[in-house]
Design a protein around this ligand. Sequence first.
Ligand code: LHQ
Length: 263
Amino acid sequence: MSFGTILYVVEDQILTITLNRADKLNAMTPALLRELKDAFEDAGKDPQVRVVIVTGAGRGFCAGADLAAASELMMQGGFSYEANLNATYNPLILTMQSLQKPIIAAVNGVAAGAGMSLALACDIRIAVESASFLQAFVKIGLIPDSGSTWLLPRLIGMTKALELMLTGQKVTAQEALALGMINQVVADSDFDETVKSIARMFANAPTKTVGLIKQAVNFASTSTLEDAMKNEAAQQELAGKSADHTEGVAAFLEKRPPQFKGV
Ligand code: LHQ
């Protein structure tokens, strides 16, 4: 795969997508948003990909919308915030949520605005000690976008989510961990290896089932208990017919580690 604003590397069934605009803290241009969405779509179709890592080049994870590029678009006239979000950011976040493979945000530095939303839309978030998170939108007179108003309260509760969105205050990696916003904080020196070992675990997991778990949890977040259980039953029917389920049970009975193929 060849892209201009991101790096796309598949190794040992692990896809690493690196936002590659280091000098602008990987701020999102229209091209980067398009390429990111294409990359996740490709990941969904490629059986060689069983887990995705999203990270940033240089010292930042992602500083949100590239404000220079956005203001250029605005200067041209006729710019609609609504049409822009509906055409670019929203499809990207929905593509990530519907990807039936786990996505790990390797938050290597600051995640701001839609860059924070991008991290929130991943399934697992591992941050380096020096990382930080800010709902920068209010600082420039905008409301949060790219799913933050939906994702953040679900992750950390209304009280803190609203506070962070209303103030735009910066949260350190340790604070984010205490809030339940991220899964783990790792020392800079151990970061790459920790992220890789989590990705390796997922690359050897029953990928089809992992995708179904993701689907079921996302479904349940907007459904009744009754509908959630019906959906669990339907998804378990699919998982139960997977080769990995057969292998998992056989491995248990034979007292050996399972060899999951992801199907
Ligand atoms: C940037 C950016 C950036 C361009 C750093 N753009 N260059 C959707 C639709 C339409 C319109 C707008 O928005 C949206 C969604 C959103 O995401 S809105 C939120 C947009 N993001 C922000 O408001 C965050 C702006 N950035 C910052 O507040 C700071 O840069 C943070 C706190 C992220 C990092 O601060 P520092 O570590 O002190 O770095 P820095 O500010 O010195 O930035 C380094 C360089 O990156 C610098 O460029 P330069 O050429 O001067 O070295 C910045 O201008 C550039 N940069 N963020 N979003």
